[in-house]
Design a protein around this ligand. Sequence first.
Ligand SMILES: Nc1ncnc2c1ncn2[C@@H]1O[C@H](COP(=O)(O)OP(=O)(O)OP(=O)(O)O)[C@@H](O)[C@H]1O
Ligand SMILES: Cc1ncc(CO)c(N)n1
Length: 266
Amino acid sequence: MSVGKALTIAGSDCGGGAGIQADLKTFQERDVYGMSVITVLTAQNTLGVHGVYPQTIEAIEAQLDAIFQDIGTDSVKTGMLFSEEIINLVAKKLKDYEIKNIVIDPVMIAKGGAPLLQKQAMTALKMNLLPLARVITPNIPEACEILGIDKIETVEEMKEAAANIQLLGPKNVVLKGGHLEGNNIAVDILFDGNEYYYFESKRIDTIHTHGTGCTFAAAITAELAKGNSINESVACAKQFIQAAIETSLNIGKGIGPTNHSALRHK
Ligand SMILES: Nc1ncnc2c1ncn2[C@@H]1O[C@H](COP(=O)(O)OP(=O)(O)OP(=O)(O)O)[C@@H](O)[C@H]1O
Ligand SMILES: Cc1ncc(CO)c(N)n1
């Protein structure tokens, strides 16, 4: 039996809500074969990030080679890459192995405020990784960092930011509106270089949103692995994350994770 294959290149969240763990759970739920390359170990739980332990470049390179020289993949998601060195290695390998369907989640800061990308790595992210992307999925603070602007406060400003990020090289931009204040609709905007598409859902009033960004981008990656279009993939991911937030899990003492198996029980 053949099956769509998806790879996540990201950090490990030992607490299970974000990073590699969220991605693999999402791949499984979306019926694709999941693989992982771990860039960084984090000691993390619902209260925050307590330690960051980057893996050696040799260890990351060996994981990438092991997958690309044998199994291959139909799509790739990148998450926490942390340093300039790791970004440049990942970009080189994705180019050398001519990997298609690259989804870049430009992870920068955890919900509790911990830095997940070093400041000096931003240029490498913009110059070397972004141009390889089929789709990039920034949230509003990440879009501001990428563009060097102070704020994005309206849907019009989201549209302008999405277009400006698309000029940096990714084929498609999904700018996530989860952080847009004073709005009871969670709106994400897809810009494909020509047109805007809107993906809207009712904003859910919960604090338990740990890993929403990872889960959403992983769902897009899984759908692309099955051969779906960008539009179809974002629509499926939006439905998936909505259900996962609706029934998010009140576990731990802080910001709980989303419920990856929510749709299974609907
Ligand atoms: N309270 C909410 N209710 C409904 N949908 C939400 C809510 N918060 C976020 N979303 C949706 O979840 C997805 C992820 O968006 P978000 O902006 O939260 O990502 P993120 O900030 O990158 O997450 P993370 O903190 O995990 O990196 C988007 O589709 C967004 O619209
Ligand atoms: C490992 C990891 N990746 C991404 C995020 C962003 O949610 C996180 N908190 N931890």
